[in-house]
Write a protein that binds this ligand. Structure first.
Ligand code: CP
Length: 299
């Protein structure tokens, strides 16, 4: 029984196979159908991940259900374990779960339902990481020695955690920049900390991160939006430092005029909307991997 919970469970070959499979789905060169019953359980807010899993589930013909946390018995004190146990008892095969606990899946190991991690606290966001790798691969066709700058609120970002690990494993060179308070020394095993200007100048991929105020003890009191933008954001001025071929990524939602200037969100170098589209196909590949038990090599 396969669970998709962390990028750390995959070899480079497996990641590349998942990317190739996602690209084949996107090009209409492959299809996968299932009658699996899938429940989407989002205990934290989501627009992209929740609805792109729904779209992926629709495209593979799955029967999918949305667990509404707000009207559920979570309000009566039901634990995560009991909510998921109930979904298992009702006959669900797979639960796509987003939860504020970075290690929530540890509570579910004895259950007989497959888990897809839709984002775990500040821990992991493996489906976002797969769509990010797909986006980079579509652009460049390789990872080896590609310079990817991860800029911003790094230590609160599950996207950063998954991406720094996977980019490093795939042979990319990771550059970090952002406020010192949002950086932990142990990230240096994956890349090099530098100024925002230098990172933007050197990078092939400028990956901006959302400021995750909901995870800040001071709820952002240490910066005004404008000060953050000027010191750590992709301003119009910094945009002109980027290499001609470099691209902008952001997992979104974007705080416009904070992480990057409003007009850069949909500019020609931006792949932010493409990331959202790619997410549907990356999640189809994830569903196939979880359901079929093996990724088909031929397509
Ligand atoms: N990137 C991402 O996870 O977006 P959502 O929070 O909208 O799902």
């Amino acid at each position: 029984m396969r669970n998709f919970v962390s990028v750390e469970q995959f070899t480079n070959e497996e990641i590349m196979t998942l990317i190739q499979r996602a690209l084949a789905f996107q090009k209409g060169e492959a299809s996968f159908k299932t009658d699996a019953k899938i429940v989407n359980m989002f205990f934290e807010s989501s627009t992209r991940t929740k609805h792109s899993f729904e779209m992926a589930e629709h495209l593979v013909g799955a029967n999918f259900f949305n667990f509404d946390v707000g009207s559920s018995s979570v309000n009566k004190g039901e634990t995560l374990y009991d909510s998921v146990l109930t979904m298992q008892a009702l006959g669900m095969d797979i639960a796509v779960i987003r939860h504020q606990d970075s290690n929530y899946m540890d509570q579910l190991v004895n259950l007989n339902i497959q888990i897809i991690n839709g984002g775990s606290g500040s821990g992991q966001h493996p489906s976002q990481s797969l769509l990010d790798m797909m986006t980079i691969y579509k652009e460049f066709g390789y990872f080896e020695d590609l310079k990817v700058a991860i800029i911003g609120d790094i230590n609160h970002s599950r996207v950063a955690m998954s991406n720094m690990y996977l980019l490093n494993q795939l042979g990319a060179e990771v550059l970090f920049a952002g406020p010192n308070d949002y950086f932990e020394r142990n990230f240096e095993q994956y890349g090099t900390l530098m100024s925002v200007d230098q990172a933007v100048q050197e990078a092939d991929v400028v990956m901006m991160l959302r400021v995750q105020l909901e995870r800040h003890a001071d709820h952002g009191a240490s910066f005004t939006k404008d000060r953050y933008h000027q010191e750590y954001g992709l301003t119009r001025e910094r945009y002109h430092l980027m290499k001609d071929h470099a691209i902008i990524m952001h997992p979104a939602p974007v705080n416009r005029d904070v992480e990057l200037a409003d007009e850069l969100v949909e500019c020609s170098k931006s792949r932010i909307v493409a990331q959202m589209t790619n997410g549907v196909y990356a999640r189809m590949a994830i569903l196939e991997w979880v359901i079929a038990g093996q990724v088909k090599e031929e397509y």
